[in-house]
Write a protein that binds this ligand. Sequence first.
Ligand SMILES: [Ca+2]
Ligand SMILES: [Ca+2]
Ligand SMILES: [Ca+2]
Length: 456
Amino acid sequence: MMVTGSEVQGTSGMRRVAQVLALLCAVGLVGAVCGCGGSDSVGVAPGAAGGADEGGGFQPNAKGQVRVLVGFRDAPGAADEALVAQAGGEVHARFHLVPVIAASMPQAAVDGLRRNPRVAYIEPDEPGEYLRADSGRKKPEPSPPPEGEQVPWGMTRIKADQVWPTNIGAGVTVGIIDSGEDYNHEDLAANHEPGNPGWDFEFDPPIPDPYYTSEYGSRSHGTHVAGIVAAVRGNDVGVVGAAPGATIYALAAGKSGPITSYIVEALEWCADNRIRVAAMSFALQRETQTMDDALENCWAANVLMVCSVAGGGAGSDSVGYPARHPAVIAVAATDKRDRHAPHSNRGPEVELAAPGVDIISCLPNHEYGENPEGEATRMASPHVSGTAALVIAANPDLSNAEVREILHNTAVDLKPWGRDTSYGFGLVDALAAVQEAAAPGSSTVVLDWVRLPRGA
Ligand SMILES: [Ca+2]
Ligand SMILES: [Ca+2]
Ligand SMILES: [Ca+2]
């Protein structure tokens, strides 16, 4: 196994990062990226991988309080919550997916708490952005409901419509980590478990009601994404999602923007509840130890995580975080002519491409339309999340690594030939992927994935 320089650093978290990177490199999942010779991230603060221990990055509110992620050397308990409280902190969440407590505390108390021998690091609990308007393109108005049911062009392009006659992803669980949803939408309600639509992690403790209905702005975000993943097929209204039989859970990670600790709560819920796919369409300002560990432990819990690459970044190495993390499938956006969407970021971490321009989906209050905030890569990753659900329905015994490998192997290569920084392995192909998943003894290389310890 390859050993990277970071493996010899202090914490077990850093060792796990190195292990995951080495494993992913060894199995070729991330090609020339992931730190095995590649350079570090774009849009990420230097040194962020080890936490913001050098003091930067904390944004105090009007009361001088900062939101922090307190990483412990081993799983924190009630005594550690008391420790945080003694430092003037208000505890928001104590995780078991990662050895971390999320809290608000006076900025002046951070350094003192950091010196406690039980504390491994303290880093900012920062907001990110749901992927919305990445271009200056005019924002379309919501459309009236289409006559009858319309199959959006993206579904035809990824050949999901050719899968549906025999496989709608029935019962495969997908967590949609986003702004919350109008889960009563006529084209989504049937996809939610009755009485269990998901969670809103913005509340302490979280509430089982992730309901958001604003027609515009970020609050329509989760509804639009959910429609692409799973809008109901054959109900004579609206649209059809890639996996119209999937069971989806709205996991609200912040109304106006996602916050790291809410996302970690959502990932922890996915791991605890054996959710098969986590659909993500956001980008965070920088990498954190907490998020890195959460992604790795969620991957070890067999959750397949998919995230759009984000948009508007310059250059050939601008994939957002967490999409760029090795445990997450990074998805770029294409248009109706299979061209790389101009707003879609590029980079060596891109694994797949999927339709992301002119995508009709659900909007709150039984409406439909394109993304009301303009073009965004956020429509691309839900095509892949839904396709993954179809693959899992075809063969539920597949691990997340096997599903990922099938998606790679069956993608339609787009020029330049071979894996590239615009399309990754190519345009996702639901029909080929499902056939590959269902065919025993297929050509797919089955990965010998080494599971990492949970929350260690
Ligand atoms: Ca429908
Ligand atoms: Ca990645
Ligand atoms: Ca290519």
